[in-house]
Design a protein around this ligand. Sequence first.
Ligand code: NAD
Ligand code: MG
Length: 426
Amino acid sequence: MRSGVTFWHRHRVVATAACYKRHNRRFPHVLRPAPATEEMNGSSKKIAVLGATGSIGRSTLEVIAASGGRLQAWALSAHGRCEELLALAQQFRPAFVVASDEAAAEQVDWSQLPANCQLLLGTSGLDQVAAAEELDVLLAAIVGSAGLSSTWAAVQAGKTVALANKETLVLAGHLVVEAARKSGATILPVDSEHSAIFQAISAGKRQELRRIVLTASGGPFLNRTLEELANVSVEEALAHPNWEMGPKITVDSATMMNKALEIIEARWLFDLTADEISVVVHPQSIVHSMVEFVDGSVIAQLSPPDMKLPIQYALDYPDRRPGVAERLDWTAALRLDFQPPDLARFPALELGLRAARTGGSTGAVLNAANEAAVAGFLEGELRFNEIVPACAAAVDNHEFDPSPSLDALLRLDAWAREEVSRWVCT
Ligand code: NAD
Ligand code: MG
């Protein structure tokens, strides 16, 4: 039984209404256990990996390949690199492949697809697999607001979503959470910080939580001065010290906008106020985040920086299995450093806290402006130190809507991109 179980409880402890009243627990809506694999009659879990050719997608396929058949790549999608999608289809033999960019799909000889593998095209193809009856878990690994539509379709259909695509919650957190509450959909975090919080938070009750502490590596420019930040190149911004990720999130890590987006993501996933979310810089990326309780205890989750662990945790939840992720070596000396973030050099963090505090339309504008500004930077049209000011200008100048509809958010998304494109041209 899925309903009534929350992340505030230990695995498989079903909370009744009486228990809810007794412990004065709030029931955050979106995080509840997916069915245990044992409950699935021995059949493998059918996973749709949307964004299969990306960094998270490829790590997910490694986890699936090493699962001994317990996880099955049931659907795969890609936008640009369709030849790679075809090769993945030949290797993993999914029931569906989705080529979301129809023009790119025309360049490929799909007659090479394995028998019984069906090709779907466009956003409607993504939405179709995300809401399909047979699907067990959607692994949402499309980058940017392009990931919203399929996650929305899955949430509406009451599915379990293992969410890497944080932009969906930044853009439309209040609507996604409300839709999940109505449909009974489950959203499990894949982002390493939120997976860490999810794993640590059950050490206490809701009213015992003081705050969560998101760790940030600080990215490649942690120790650069403001003057130096004016002249960094695209190559330098794409050279992250700890993580191998897609280009957009790598630039987000360099500006620390990634942490700003993660503040908003945490606000919605865990039903927190902005005051309950802190950020600390931890350059080694081993402590993935922490939960501080009212008595001063801090519970953390540690592991080497390897996304295969949070991916597998979400796919196997509520079980833990041996896996392919790297392990910490306790026979070697290990140093962990922590320092407060420098808000003057990384003003993106203030924007994240502001969006978490004000809610409404701010997240959607911030997200779209950032996507446009990062694309401008990658194309050499915007300097690195103009990305965050361009986002701040869009947030400041937009007409704030405290409870926007999805249509209103999409209109604001388009407006913010337009705003930044004017910035880029001046
Ligand atoms: P990536 O750029 O490596 O891969 C993106 C994937 O999305 C590709 O498969 C691409 O084909 C697909 N895609 C791109 N544009 C699309 C569009 N318009 N429509 C449909 N599909 C499209 O990105 P990534 O690093 O794997 O990140 C994916 C998501 O996971 C992002 O939201 C990111 O913030 C989040 N995330 C990534 C990491 C990481 O370590 N890479 C960690 C935490 C969260
Ligand atoms: Mg993260």
